[in-house]
Design a protein around this ligand. Structure first.
Ligand code: DC
Length: 227
């Protein structure tokens, strides 16, 4: 089997990265977190003090940004102009800037070739918003993973609570809905279920149940391909 690719798309907070990471480990695939790449670009724009509405400055800044990735101990390391930024990109501020700046075509085109190149050379499970529709339209297995906005907000709220951070669940849900709207309604490569993607709604499923489902779909898919 060579270069088998799994695409997982879905809205923010659906659990894509936790699940994709675990499926990658089970199958011996490389996990590619494309959101981290958009977050690295966003960190650059924030550092440069660029407003997310300033399309011209964002497009100009794209010329000076170089995002690459490396794998160390099976972990994806995102390098922004050579600097490891893994520890700096998981904030709400960077997430919101990533959602806002990724509407621009110049930002997306900067990353798509890197993503396609990775998938060409390795068996990957890649998560994002438009992997099945745009980045890897010929992926062997496509999953669209979602959950209700309330459940996604609840998960995020309990994650924060565990870290001792008090947050308002209604505000988190509002933020999630804003992000969904922007990701789904942008003009270029919006978040959308590919026609041939399998829909999994994880609102009432545990992480392990979702992982099991995906591994089963994968095994079935391989059998069908061999038949
Ligand atoms: O998955 P995430 O929360 O790390 O992604 C942050 C933002 O980056 C998301 O709101 C939209 C953008 N993004 C994108 O446009 N396309 C992707 N393939 C991944 C992320």
């Amino acid at each position: 089997m060579s270069n088998y690719n799994i695409a997982i798309d879905g809205p923010a907070g659906a659990g894509k990265s936790t699940i994709a990471k675990s499926v990658a480990k089970k199958l011996g695939f490389i996990y590619v977190d494309t959101g981290a790449m958009y977050r690295a670009m966003a960190l650059y724009f924030l550092r440069m003090g660029i407003d997310s509405n300033d399309q011209q400055r964002i497009e100009e800044a794209c010329k000076d940004v170089n995002v690459t990735i490396e794998y160390r101990n099976n972990e994806q390391i995102v390098l922004l102009n050579g600097e490891n930024v893994n520890g700096l990109i998981r904030t709400e501020e960077v997430g919101n800037m990533a959602s806002a700046s990724s509407v621009y075509k110049a930002v997306r085109l900067k990353l798509v070739e890197l993503q396609r190149e990775l998938a060409k050379n390795e068996n990957v499970i890649m998560d994002g918003r438009e992997i099945g529709t745009f980045v890897l339209p010929n992926a062997d297995l496509k999953i669209y993973l979602t959950a209700s906005s309330r459940e996604r907000a609840r998960r995020r709220w309990s994650e924060l609570k565990e870290r001792g951070i008090d947050a308002d669940i209604d505000e988190i849900e509002e933020d999630i809905i804003t992000r969904d709207n922007r990701d789904m309604n942008r003009e270029f490569a919006p978040l959308k279920k590919a026609d041939d993607a399998i829909l999994i709604d994880s609102s009432d499923l545990t992480v392990d149940q979702v992982i099991d489902k995906i591994v089963k779909y994968h095994n079935k898919n391989i059998k069908n391909k061999e038949a």
